[in-house]
Design a protein around this ligand. Structure first.
Ligand code: AMP
Length: 442
């Protein structure tokens, strides 16, 4: 199938070919006709599947070909895309701009962590499409700087993440302000009861679309585990980067503090590196990402939440410096490489503390990951496992909530996340910690 078979208008096809795409990904091939037909959609798709274009392209088509009718309506936004993080808001907004380059539609991104001024003037000027994180959108709603009564299409992108981050009440408040008559699209990597509950209330006779989960399709990602002692991970990572001349590596740590410390050490070893996490300002994060994309930085050390939605074509290497507490996060992490057909390499540095986490991940993947030991880095069998340490002043494996609590000088309210299978559901405390408005500080 080609994009030209989907009935998209010439201006959109032109932007697609300018991007160098000719074949729709499976999610695009399935979702685009459904959205174009005006149906509600419930899509199981993760980052890396091409889902963004899967909803952006048909939305651009629908909005550009529909008459707005009343002149008053011109100034009301017509499509709202809700996303969990600032980074994703920027990326989805970029996609809308890229694919809509030859159309006259206007779009803006609304997210926290930056001043309201720029967003206010964009909204005042009139926009067709808003890509927003829930918290900041509510700020605008409270200030009456946005009127959602003209919304024709609603997208909830990465709905599972939004719920994980405690946005459910914010989302419900926003939905209550939208017209009843609208088209709704829900994208989620996983389908918990909570997501299904949200979908039942929101979607009207939806078409369900599912693409193979990343854990089933990561064949183009070569995965390996290096067994190494806890205190020798840094040196092993430096050796691997130097020896294999890795030039663009996304490294995951469990904590913000760990990300900073590792990035410093890599810097001292002469490796150009930056840390990306929730304590960095929006500008710092964007600069780090841009530098990484342009290879001015060779290593980006990131926490799970900060790395969420990082969109880099053909990222060659992902390193799990520490395994994630939640097995599904492993799948998300390695999904940053081997995208859209290119091959990638995912390396995990695993010490004796993490054997159980590794087993949980292998159980989720339903396969064993290849194990390696580098000469000179053989694990010392006398070292005993230690409980996995949480960051100073933080309680959860997720940096956002941790930073919120830490900033307010609160003691941790989380028990250390149990690294068990299905821990995502089991970490109710994470979801309930802090107000939902606080959750937007990720
Ligand atoms: P997403 O899942 O939306 O984050 O997209 C993953 C990556 O795939 C992005 O870097 C897109 O630019 C890229 N992509 C999206 N659609 C296609 C396509 N049809 N062919 C090749 N690459 C694509």
């Amino acid at each position: 199938m080609h994009f030209t078979d989907l009935g998209l208008r010439a201006e959109i096809l032109r932007s697609i070919s300018e991007q160098g795409y000719d074949t729709p990904t499976p999610i695009q091939a399935q979702a685009i006709p459904v959205v174009l037909a005006g149906r509600d959609l419930m899509a199981a798709a993760q980052t890396g599947t091409g889902k963004t274009a899967g909803f952006t392209l048909p939305i651009l088509q629908l909005l550009s070909s529909r008459e707005t009718g009343l002149s008053l309506k011109r100034f009301k936004p017509r499509c709202l895309v809700l996303v969990p993080t600032r980074e994703l808001a920027v990326q989805v907004h970029d996609s809308v701009r890229t694919y809509g380059k030859h159309l006259r539609l206007k779009a803006t991104a609304i997210y926290g962590g930056v001043g309201m001024g720029g967003q206010l003037s964009a909204l005042k000027g009139g926009v067709d499409i808003i890509v927003a994180t829930p918290g900041r959108l509510l700020d605008h709603i409270e200030q009456r700087s946005v009127d959602l009564s003209g919304i024709e299409i609603l997208v909830l992108d990465e709905a599972d993440r939004m719920l994980d981050m405690g946005f459910i009440r914010d989302i419900r408040r926003i939905i209550a302000l939208l017209p009843k008559q609208k088209q709704s699209l829900l994208f989620s990597a996983t389908f918990s009861d909570e997501i299904r509950g949200l979908a039942t209330g929101l979607l009207n006779d939806p078409v369900s679309v599912e693409v193979a989960r990343r854990n089933a399709t990561a064949d183009n990602v070569a995965q390996s585990v290096y067994h190494v002692d806890r205190d020798r991970k840094r040196d092993l990572l430096i050796q691997l980067i130097d020896e294999h001349k890795w030039h663009q590596v996304l490294v995951f740590t469990r904590t913000k503090h760990g990300a900073d410390a590792l990035s410093d050490r890599l810097g001292k070893a002469g490796i150009k590196s930056a840390a990306l996490h929730g304590n960095k300002s929006q500008n710092q994060r964007q600069r780090a990402l841009d530098d990484f994309k342009r290879l001015k930085l060779n290593v980006l050390v990131a926490t799970d939440i900060a790395a969420r939605g990082i969109d880099i074509d053909e990222l060659p290497h992902v390193v799990n410096y520490e395994l994630p507490n939640v097995p599904e996060d492993y799948v998300h992490r390695i999904g940053r490489t081997g995208r859209a057909g290119s091959s990638g390499q995912a390396v995990s540095l695993v010490c004796v503390d993490e054997h159980r986490l590794l087993r949980d991940i292998e159980r989720l993947l339903k396969k064993d990951i290849e194990k390696k030991v580098v000469a000179g880095f053989e694990p010392d069998p006398r070292i005993k496992p230690e409980p996995i340490q949480k960051p100073r002043g933080a309680g959860g494996g997720r940096d956002g909530k941790a930073s919120h609590g830490a900033r307010q000088g609160q003691p941790s309210r989380h028990a250390p996340a149990k690294p068990s299978f299905g821990a995502r559901q089991g970490q109710g405390g994470r979801r309930n910690a802090g107000s939902s408005r606080g959750a937007r500080d990720y």
